[in-house]
Design a protein around this ligand. Sequence first.
Ligand code: OSB
Ligand code: MG
Length: 384
Amino acid sequence: MQLTKVVARRIRMDLKHPFQTSFSTQTDREVLVLEAHGDDGTIGYGESVAGRDPFYSEETVSTTAVMLKELLVPMLFETTLDHPDEVSQLFKSVRRNNMAISAIEGAMWDLFAKQRGESLSHAYGGTKTQVEVGVSIGLQPTDNVLVEKVAAAVDAGFKRIKMKVKPGRDVEMIRAVRREFADVMLMVDANSAYTLNDTGLLRQFDEFNLMMIEQPLAHDDIVDHAVLQKAIETPICLDESIHSTEDARKAIGLGACQIINIKTGRVGGLTAAKALHDLCADSGIPVWCGGMLETGIGRAHNIAMSTLPNFVLPGDTAPSANYWAEDIIVPEVTMNRGVIDVPDRPGMGFDINHDVLDQFTLSTEAWIPSGAAADHKKESTYVS
Ligand code: OSB
Ligand code: MG
């Protein structure tokens, strides 16, 4: 896989509805969209899921752009890879910066699958032809508004409903929803809003038969989660705390979680995600695909990842229309009664809607290789 150019576009897209979590309210998304140009003219696409601000993790759109420009893309230009699995090998000496690595790795996976004429799912080793879909509903102004949102999601056929919670918006709010929807697969996500001092409160969640509580405690913790899991019946699912297979091994060993949410960006790409998936499968830990309010590009990669066999729980891979008035891919991601058909066209399986992408673009940078160099940092040439 020889690259002739990498293009990074910073885009901004308005969300249809504000998305409120315990850590922020988002009304739009800024995203870095990457193009990896192969020497046969094929273009692979990837997306950096980092936010504008470092409120979910330490990475941002700007840090991913700098890492790509100054380090990752120049390193790729200096190497000829046969397979996208080699991307994470190439970057193994880079500490963290997983979302930056994942963005270019995703573009390399799409390029590879397109060049082979294979669907991304198939090239990746996925086996499913359909994936089950859940929805993540942000904090709402009142319990009544939330109940209406849940009703609409249940009507649309989502296989599982996730609600954001935070202190003061938890037990009574969940009770209000459970009262109306006794049998719906329900879970909550706290995005690190609680501490072990809240153990008594979190134990009250046990009466609601939740599938899981996602990341109740600190973003960088696994030790306290193990203590909490012993004190509550609701299964804990880790999100923010798991950046690698090693993190997962320790969390599982300590009993810090019973389920893991895998996000390609958080773990450093599709290849790393598969290793994590395999470890969880071997350890009897079910996984599901987390979401980061992706554009259609990241969503397409998430769908491909979800075709691995241990993705046994519905993922946060809702259809494009859940987020965007108009997505940057055609066709948009659609769902039928909570199920998405996995595309079987070459690569990620969706085309870019160039007019829409142009309309959302704030700035564009393109980098080309400039021959062998002692200091690759100086050798990536800025051309636009
Ligand atoms: O914790 O899963 C999360 C969105 C941004 C940052 C973190 C999270 C989320 C979501 C949205 O829950 C899931 C989606 O993309 O629908
Ligand atoms: Mg989460």
